[in-house]
Design a binder for this molecule. Structure first.
Ligand code: PRX
Length: 648
């Protein structure tokens, strides 16, 4: 298990919740933990009652490990709880402030957002979409991504949002797995001033998948594209005459709200299934408690709707709380490195939720950039996606939080749906680098291989001991993989998160990072096996081993060890080609940092590549026991090659 050198220290600095913050916080009584622990079902039920249900549940929880059902018999609609429920008090309140990379700003009130959502819901219905049909959305961070998601939720069609930077092939794999007939995309979008040809990626990607019957295309960038007769339609044209009223579909609490593909340990991404009622209760409640939303807050989560953070903490949680959201389409350094601070100043953002990679990048750019702007409106700042090192935490607190904002370091996953370990900003004393304690109602632990709790300071595996409302229900179409991945490690009722962790003497949780073959590059989750299977599909590659190497800025970067087919010459041109190949087939965020050619890879006698050994070589660590290797000498060769390339 990897250990980051800067965690946890003996003498850690601690920060009490600021007094004035605590005095006005949504939660400032630590008794909430005791109440939730004594009666978790009662705790969730109490919060569920704040949402609007068509029919209340007969029973809060059915737990037949590893399967859970929540709010059984309850009938609800997620979109209704994000929009319609706000109409009475907030019809004219701004729901969304969207800013494009080129500076264009669009705003929607709750009423306007509802109208757009209903119109698009009717477009989907006219396209033959019915309750239960999965719609794939492949859009950048533009208002239409939120509108499309909510429109799906309104008519009971689960959405599968695919991160816009994924390649056309990755899109096609996900469409194929979900058996999605309708795709929502756009012509193109801008990234650092350059156009990304989104529709071209679609055309290439779905050429051979043959499932898509209709592509709805948002005209966003204005770049030239081709529209396929009978398949492709323009968003603005189909929306023009669409009706603005659409009754929400009455959904069973356990009906699927959405699918979210994520990388795991095998070659194929897995579709994480989230159910409607429990997910809404969980995201609504955790948004309220962790982000302490007040009526006049301006909330900015910098995530993308292509990942779970965008689902839970841009769309469903904040809108169900009636928040005003800020979203931004572009890069943080466009046109200059102060773009985020400029956005915060102009829109008077009060809550910022971003990622450690971004924070470390800002730190590298220096505090003069935020100092150019008045960001004193901020009152709470958060972090998500990877471990945040104490140095970055302290910089964030000092330079962005101006020493006065509580920092919430929130640990969770695509599979958990909601924030699981995090400070409550009005209650918890924080320690830089620690996600602190499980949320009320959550029982977490650090366990050893046998399932026993580790002693304070000792490494182990992060585990969740009790069910929670937004837990993954299954892996779409692959129940076996669901059980194997998350439940088979110990006793089929303890959730294995795939993360290493330790607790300190106060019981605080310190997350170390993934212990499985999942690599986190700038918070993006990439599976080693998925990556390797793409690399070996290149005609020059015989074998590939792909691992993460710790990186100060990105958390991890990708090192790709490659054996070429016989007769293929090693060359810098081929390295460049392989990098582009990875980029084209997965996405630009997956560009390997190093390609290391080798005649052989560390393998077991049965021929299995040992990633554990490659990982220790990449990270300059002791590879441990090598007696099971076919040829232990290969390790020295690879070490030398890696170090030589690093210093080149
Ligand atoms: O390794 C943990 C890391 O991100 C993983 C989950 O990735 P994903 O499903 O893409 O969801 C990311 C957004 C919730 C976890 O297994 N991770 C997430 N948050 C933290 C974290 N690691 C340490 N500290 C965090 N706050």
């Amino acid at each position: 298990m990897g250990e980051r050198s800067d965690q946890p220290k003996k003498e850690v600095k601690e920060f009490e919740p600021p007094e004035d913050f605590a005095a006005n916080a949504t939660v400032n009584d630590p008794d909430i933990y005791r109440r939730a622990e004594e009666d978790p079902e009662g705790f969730w039920e109490e919060n569920a009652k704040e949402l609007k249900w068509y029919r209340e549940w007969d029973r809060v929880l059915k737990w037949e490990p590893p399967h859970s059902e929540w709010f059984i018999g309850g009938k609800i609609n997620a979109c209704y709880n994000c929009l319609d429920t706000n109409l009475e008090k907030r019809a004219d309140k701004t729901a969304l402030i969207w800013e494009a990379e080129n500076g264009e700003i669009r705003k929607y009130t709750y009423k306007e957002l509802l109208d757009e959502v209903c119109r698009f819901a009717n477009v989907l219905k006219d396209s033959g979409i019915k309750k239960g049909d999965i719609v794939t959305i492949y859009l950048p961070m533009i208002p239409e991504v939120i509108i499309a998601m909510l429109a799906c939720a309104r008519i009971g069609a689960p959405h599968s949002v695919v991160f816009a930077a994924f390649s056309g092939d990755s899109l096609a794999t996900r469409i194929g797995n979900a058996n999605s007939r309708v795709l929502v995309t756009c012509d193109g979008y801008s990234r650092r001033g350059k156009v990304v040809e989104q529709k071209n990626k679609v055309d290439d990607g779905i050429k051979s998948c043959g499932i898509i019957e209709k592509v709805i295309v948002v005209r966003h960038h204005g770049n030239d594209i081709s529209m396929k007769e009978g398949r492709d339609v323009w968003w603005h044209e189909v929306m023009k005459d669409s009706d603005i009223s659409c009754e929400p579909e009455i959904m069973d609490s356990e009906d699927m709200l959405f699918l979210m593909y994520t990388s795991g340990t095998t070659g194929k991404p897995k579709g994480i299934v989230h159910a409607t009622g429990g997910y809404m209760v969980a995201t609504y409640t955790t948004t309220k408690f962790v982000f302490d939303l007040n009526e006049d807050d301006i909330y900015w989560c910098t995530a993308d709707c292509g990942w779970i953070t965008g689902h839970s903490y841009i769309v469903y949680g904040p809108l169900a709380n009636g928040a005003t959201l800020v979203t931004y389409e572009g890069a943080p350094d466009y046109p200059d490195k102060d773009r985020y601070w400029d956005i915060i100043e102009r829109h008077k953002v009060t809550i910022l939720y971003t990622a450690p990679t971004a924070i470390r990048t800002f730190m590298k750019w220096g505090s003069s950039w935020p100092e150019m702007h008045d960001i004193s409106t901020l009152r709470l700042i958060g972090s998500v996606g990877e471990p945040i090192n104490p140095g970055a935490w302290l910089w964030y607190h000092e330079n962005i939080g101006l020493g006065k904002c509580p920092v919430v370091d929130t640990w969770w996953q695509t599979e958990t749906g909601m924030i699981m370990i995090s400070p409550l900003p009005g209650v918890t004393t924080t320690k830089p680098g620690s996600a602190t304690m499980p949320m009320p109602g959550i029982k977490a632990a650090v366990l050893d291989e046998k399932g026993n709790e580790t002693a304070p300071g000792e490494d182990g595996y992060l585990a969740i001991l009790n069910p929670w409302p937004s837990m993954v229900r299954t892996v779409f179409g692959n129940e076996e993989r669901f059980i194997e991945t998350y439940w088979s490690k110990w006793d089929y009722k303890t959730y294995f998160a795939g993360d290493g962790a330790k607790r300190d003497d106060d019981g605080y949780f310190w997350i170390i990072g993934r212990v499985d073959d999942v690599i986190k590059v700038s918070g993006h989750r990439i599976g080693s096996a998925e990556f390797e299977s793409i690399m070996v599909s290149h005609p020059s590659v015989a074998e590939a081993g792909v691992v993460g190497k710790e990186d100060e800025l990105k958390g991890e970067v990708i090192y790709c060890y490659v054996t070429l087919r016989s007769g293929t010459e090693e060359s810098d041109d081929l390295k460049r080609e392989l990098r582009s190949y990875a980029e084209k087939n997965i996405g630009p965020f997956a560009r390997p940092k190093l390609i290391i050619f080798s005649d052989d890879l560390p393998k077991t006698r049965s021929g299995k590549i040992m990633r554990r050994v490659l990982k220790s070589i990449a990270n300059n660590k002791d590879p441990g026991d090598l007696t099971t290797l076919q040829d232990p000498d290969v390790v020295e060769v690879l070490k030398e090659r890696t170090r030589t390339l690093e210093s080149a």
